[in-house]
Design a protein around this ligand. Structure first.
Ligand SMILES: [Zn+2]
Length: 655
């Protein structure tokens, strides 16, 4: 049987391609794209091959001449791909197999052959050896409202050097594995011109961007391989040494799956959500930790952002040999990370599970463009990761909870930003692969999260919750941009605080997210000057000071604070007097310095800027307080060094 006739035969007889129905009222998303696949895992050749039927709906008012698709697996084709050039990786090194995807047949559903019209393009860097994006000029342009339905026969060779996707031995993590539509973006409101395909190449650092889709995926593989996928298992049929499983997923942005004979399967339930956990037998001790963590995250994000709309999820804790697949998100399936021996006081499995699950919200539901604005996914998600960890595992011990060392997740993030020599904007307003070398993670994750923690300190946690509730309400199952998020922040803050923070919050984001400046406040001096009675020629004849109260015990006490950095944020200053009195001043931080002066019988004992640690972006906390008596700092210095080590350790592990 020839390939083309095989495809048509399968289409004719298969009741399996169920997806091609329009979005209905119950659909969570518009379902602009949809995919139906019938594939087989070949464990000898390490390939996944078969047929895919997919559609894209032109829901814009443009006439669109072409379609564009990602062929991500070609990133592992050679050491000349953009992915490998950027990462310094090479598929041929250390006996590693390359990965690739071949399109064997590309047809319109009506039978028109599109393969001769397909070409590889490199819209980001012009690299001719990069074949991670293809364009097909359509025989007839897609008119507004048209559906372009295609049938593709493909073979995907999995790479052995797992970088999110690939195989080791009999462990498979199959991601970024099928031809996938880019996102055709209509022209934005208020702008003129026409829309365009947003379909970037596969880069070393940036992640992905897709429309919400329905997936019907039929996988044939060895019967002894335990699987997990983004879909719900619809049916399973055994056939000798093989089995065929059918999965369905609705309104998700990607479809990944894993297979390994060594997985043990565990289940749990949270309200409407069936939770499945796959992990090696040697890690049974981590089962409860993963479940507890994900249930905490479900509670917290449901309460403070919005509902988790699917009724299932799968957590995968890959074995050591598959650790290259760890710490990655595919909405209804994500990979966590732990190890056989995991000390109770290090909340690593918790952190990774909470983080990767969080992406169900800030990528899965709010599907922003991770190529261009990674902070909107990673930064926002990391912000919530810290809030959840510190909420459930202790405000000062969300990350490490040991008798001798307690570390909050928020402080780990903060230190990663503070200790980095890179002072760049957290989002390039261009593309994430152009970040200064080695700074993608710090800028997209830790700096952006620290910016959001700082905003929380300024406007309050409940206002931030309302910001995210509104962001979810307005933008769920769409593609919000950074500007859309900031508009929601401005709207909600204004609604709750009136003019207190100005007509919008652009002043905040321009300085912190889109700015290169640092925030640093300092107590420069404390002065307690003896008050002197009027002496010399006093010409003022009006009301004079009460001579009886003017004694030698009167002081003019001055607290002097400086703004050392460029970033101007409102900050509180706590002034503590010798008699125990305390005054909390608020400084808008706009001037370079400010003097707080008090006349009375009390002297200033110490001054502390930002006593509530609200301005997480302040890069130097040591100069935030000054006391009349010297304080002991060596211990603190040692703690800082330990924290720096801890944050470095964790930054290596989290994608
Ligand atoms: Zn992430």
């Amino acid at each position: 049987m020839k390939i083309k006739s095989a495809i048509f035969f399968s289409l004719l007889i298969s009741p399996f391609f169920l997806y091609a129905r329009p979005a209905d009222q119950k659909s969570l998303s518009e379902r602009i794209t949809g995919y139906g696949m019938d594939v087989k895992l070949d464990t000898e050749e390490k390939t996944v091959s078969g047929t895919m039927e997919a559609f894209w709906v032109n829901n814009t008012s443009d006439t669109v001449p072409d379609i564009r698709m990602h062929l991500y697996m070609n990133a592992f084709r050679s050491n000349r791909t953009t992915f490998n050039k950027e990462s310094g990786g090479s598929p041929g090194s250390r006996d590693k197999d390359p990965g690739w995807i071949e399109i064997k047949s590309f047809l319109m559903k009506n039978g028109t052959d599109l393969l001769p019209l397909m070409e590889f393009i490199s819209p980001d860097d012009g690299n001719r050896e990069d074949k991670t994006v293809c364009r097909v000029m359509l025989p007839k342009p897609a008119l507004p409202g048209d559906t372009v339905a295609v049938v593709i026969d493909f073979e995907t060779k999995l790479p052995s050097n797992i970088r999110r996707t690939g195989f080791t031995g009999d462990f498979y993590f199959v991601a970024q594995w099928f031809p996938k539509f880019g996102v055709y973006e209509p022209v934005r409101k208020g702008e003129t011109g026409r829309g365009a395909w947003n379909c970037h190449q596969f880069h070393a650092h940036s992640e992905f961007y897709s429309n919400h889709s329905v997936y019907d995926v039929k996988i044939t593989l060895p019967a002894d391989h335990v699987t997990g996928s983004c879909g719900k298992l619809v049916s399973e049929k055994a056939d000798g040494e093989l089995k065929t499983q059918v999965f369905r997923a609705e309104d998700i942005v990607d479809f990944a799956w894993t297979a390994w004979p060594g997985y043990t399967v565990h289940t749990d339930k949270w309200n409407h959500v069936d939770i499945t956990l796959l992990l090696p037998e040697s890690r049974l001790e981590q089962v409860d930790r993963h479940f507890m963590a994900v249930k905490n995250a479900l509670d917290y994000l449901t309460n403070n952002v919005g509902p988790y709309p699917w009724n299932y999820m799968t957590i995968v804790d890959p074995p050591l040999m598959g650790s290259g697949a760890s710490g990655m998100e595919y909405t209804t399936l994500f990979t966590s990370q732990s190890s056989d021996v995991m000390p109770e006081f290090i909340n690593l499995p918790e952190m990774v599970t909470i983080h990767e699950f969080g992406h169900a919200y800030f990528m899965g539901i709010l599907a922003s463009n991770e190529f261009e604005e990674p902070w909107l996914d990673e930064g926002v998600n990391t912000y919530w990761e810290a809030r959840i960890l510190d909420h459930f595992y202790g405000p000062n011990s969300g990350m490490i909870d040991h008798r001798f060392l307690k570390v909050s997740d928020k402080s780990v993030l903060r230190l990663s930003y503070v200790l980095s020599p890179v002072r760049q904007i957290a989002t390039s307003r261009e593309y994430s692969w152009n970040f200064p070398r080695g700074s993608y993670s710090m800028l997209s994750y830790q700096k952006a999260a620290t910016v959001l923690h700082t905003l929380t300190g300024i406007v309050g946690e409940e206002t931030m919750n309302n910001v995210f509730r509104e962001y979810y309400r307005k933008w769920a199952f769409r593609h919000p941009s950074g500007k859309d998020f900031i508009n929601v922040v401005s709207e909600v803050v204004r609604k709750e605080h009136g003019d207190k923070f100005g007509p919008d919050l652009n002043w905040f984001f321009d300085q912190t997210l889109y700015g290169t400046g640092i925030c640093d406040y300092r107590v420069s001096q404390i002065e307690n000057r003896k008050y002197r009675k009027p002496e010399g020629r006093i010409d003022y004849t009006g009301e004079t000071e009460d001579e009886d109260t003017v004694t030698d015990s009167l002081y003019t006490a001055v607290a002097m604070v400086d703004r050392v950095g460029e970033v101007m944020l409102p900050v509180e200053v706590l002034i503590h007097f010798t008699n125990g009195d305390e005054v909390l001043e608020v400084w808008d931080g706009r001037e370079r310095y400010r003097h707080f002066t008090y006349t009375g019988h009390r002297q200033i004992k110490w001054v502390k800027i930002d006593p509530g640690y609200k301005i997480a972006m302040d890069v130097n906390l040591k100069n935030n307080s000054l006391s009349e008596s010297p304080s002991h700092t060596p211990l603190r210095r040692m703690a800082n060094k330990l924290l720096a080590f801890v944050q470095f350790y964790f930054s290596l592990m989290l994608l």
